[in-house]
Design a protein around this ligand. Structure first.
Ligand SMILES: CC(C)(COP(=O)(O)OP(=O)(O)OC[C@H]1O[C@@H](n2cnc3c(N)ncnc32)[C@H](O)[C@@H]1OP(=O)(O)O)[C@@H](O)C(=O)NCCC(=O)NCCS
Length: 185
């Protein structure tokens, strides 16, 4: 039986995260090795790995990188290996993020998405995100983004699906990282 698990990333996940970025994003949109190292170490960020578990064998297939502002959790990166896209796992990572944000008192979750990728924008809209800002040349000249956001609902707490195990929930979700809540959303 196939289960899924979300766990907090550790430094040994760096190579997996690099591989995921390489398979999912064009070169100029990828996080660098140094950027990912920072994400893994920073108290202002949290990285989660989604694993498929077949028998007793965990197999990492996706990840989400979160930045914590004073009131906002920002999804900095969300990706699944191409062979497991379209199976609902991305929705599980979004749900997980909303639940964690609700549990720790954040007010909203935000992200940036390619404005030319209408399928992706619709997917986020279906998940409850709204376009709140157009960001010209966000990725590169001529490659715009939409900033999107979703209000955190306390009721979403504990709404994780039955087949999802969540391991090692972080203690570090303080709801504040002092002085860095400068994002206008
Ligand atoms: C976008 C992404 C996280 C969605 O996760 P997922 O598990 O594939 O999505 P779900 O199975 O939960 O939902 C399926 C819907 O996601 C959307 N979707 C799936 N793959 C997609 C892709 N490569 N690009 C854009 N949208 C995609 C579609 O709307 C799809 O609905 P459809 O099957 O009716 O067309 C995942 O496809 C992915 O990692 N894509 C590449 C990296 C990326 O673009 N990340 C987002 C950066 S902002």
């Amino acid at each position: 039986m196939l289960h899924h698990r979300i766990r907090r990333a550790v430094s040994d996940d760096l190579l997996f995260l690099l591989d995921l970025e390489q398979q999912c994003f064009p070169e100029h949109r990828r996080s660098t090795r140094q950027g990912l190292k920072t994400s893994l170490k920073s108290h202002a960020q949290e990285v989660y790995i989604l694993e498929q578990i077949h028998g007793s064998q965990p197999n990492p297939v996706g990840a989400v990188v979160l930045l914590k502002y004073k009131r906002t959790v920002r999804i900095f990166s969300l990706a699944l290996f191409p062979q497991v896209q379209g199976l609902g796992l991305g929705s599980k990572l979004i749900q997980f993020t909303m639940d964690r944000a609700a549990a720790k008192g954040f007010e909203r979750v935000s992200l940036e998405a390619d404005s030319a990728n209408s399928r992706l924008i619709q997917w986020y809209q279906h998940a409850g995100f709204h376009r709140i800002e157009h960001l010209p040349d966000y990725y590169a000249p001529g490659e715009d983004a939409f900033r999107m956001a979703k209000k955190v609902q306390a009721a979403e707490d504990m709404a994780l699906p039955d087949d999802l195990l969540v391991q090692e929930l972080p203690n570090g979700w303080t709801g504040s990282m002092g002085g860095t809540d400068n994002m206008q959303i």
